[in-house]
Design a protein around this ligand. Structure first.
Ligand SMILES: [Zn+2]
Length: 321
């Protein structure tokens, strides 16, 4: 028997047929076409599922469950409360897909399903309690407790990127000031870098983008930091300081065995991890128990498909409807 994993993003939809062990047999993708609205996107998902079935010669009846990772917040029954990048509010995607496919369908936040992928096959495999963080344009988080997904009483929990961590010089997209993602996302690094340049700090960064500030990105900033560029060093230092504070908060609350870091910023690799570990110990409460492992996520782009499919499996086995 098989599972279908659907990674619904703001720009593309990826669909893969998955084995019981979480291996991808085959996958397809297409553009999200946000302008076609929920109905158009749901039909596109059904078409892509058909396409994978045809490619692999597997019939729909051989699929035990479908899992869908969404860029938003959803209820257990698959109602998406909101998904900002899709311009969705209260979309019953779970119910629609169940009716169209005649299969069990489970909907979860994209960072949470990526946490499942890391737990099944990646950096947090073999643990009971783990956290996955994705540091990209924004910050997402997923939490596994006792080998099960925890997303709160109403499905709106573990929005770690929006824990308020200090006062910041710009507001979060959610309307609050001081959200963690405004300190530690790639967007946050770009904004801080541009602020320092506007204040007249000297840097090689501006030459490297030929004066085009919109071309500044986290990778460039990390690269310049290794070359001892002062602005880049300040940006990386501040980002890691706040990343460590947020992670220490998570350790103080959840005491996980492992925290895996993914998303574009994790491309900085050991440069990021080494500095981060030195900072975390300053803020954790039980300092002589600095034993939560911090690792890089392992699954990259396939985490969405694998995690969605495996989330479907976990929910089915737990007897969720
Ligand atoms: Zn926020």
């Amino acid at each position: 028997m098989y599972y279908m994993g659907v990674d619904l993003g703001g720009t593309s939809i990826k669909v893969g047929l998955i084995t019981e062990e979480g291996n991808i047999i085959n996958k397809v993708s297409g553009p999200t076409e946000v302008e076609k609205g929920p109905e158009g996107i749901i039909n596109k998902i059904v078409d892509l599922i058909d396409e994978v079935c045809k490619l692999t010669g597997i019939k729909l009846e051989a699929i035990k469950a479908v899992g869908v990772g969404i860029p938003g917040v959803s209820r257990d029954d698959g109602l998406v409360y909101f998904a900002t990048n899709l311009f969705w509010t209260n979309v019953p995607i779970g119910q629609s897909l169940r009716e169209k496919l005649g299969l069990p369908v489970y909907i979860e936040n994209d960072a949470t399903v990526a946490a499942v992928a890391e737990f099944i096959k990646g950096g947090t495999k073999g643990t009971n309690n783990s956290i996955f963080l994705t540091l990209g344009t924004g910050v997402g988080g997923g939490l596994i407790i006792n080998k099960k997904v925890y997303s709160g009483s109403h499905g709106i929990g573990t929005e770690m990127g929006h824990m308020v961590i200090g006062k910041n010089f710009y507001d979060c997209n959610c309307g609050n000031n001081g959200c963690w993602e405004t300190f530690v996302s790639a967007t946050a690094m770009n904004k801080h870098c541009i602020k320092l340049l506007e204040e007249g700090n000297k840097s090689t960064i501006i030459d490297k983008v030929a004066g085009e500030r919109r071309l500044i990105n986290a990778k460039l900033i990390f690269d310049c930091a290794t070359e001892e560029d002062e602005v880049a060093l300040l940006v990386v230092e501040r980002m890691i300081k706040y990343l460590a504070i947020g992670i220490a908060n998570l350790i103080n609350i959840f005491d996980p065995e492992v925290i895996a870091i993914g998303g574009g910023i994790s491309g900085a690799g050991n440069l990021l991890l080494d500095k981060l570990k030195k900072e975390i110990v300053k803020t954790i409460y039980v300092k002589n128990m600095n034993i939560t492992e911090i690792v890089l996520a392992q699954l990259g782009n396939d985490a969405g498909i694998i995690g969605s499919g495996m989330y479907g499996k976990m929910q089915l086995e737990e007897g969720q409807n």
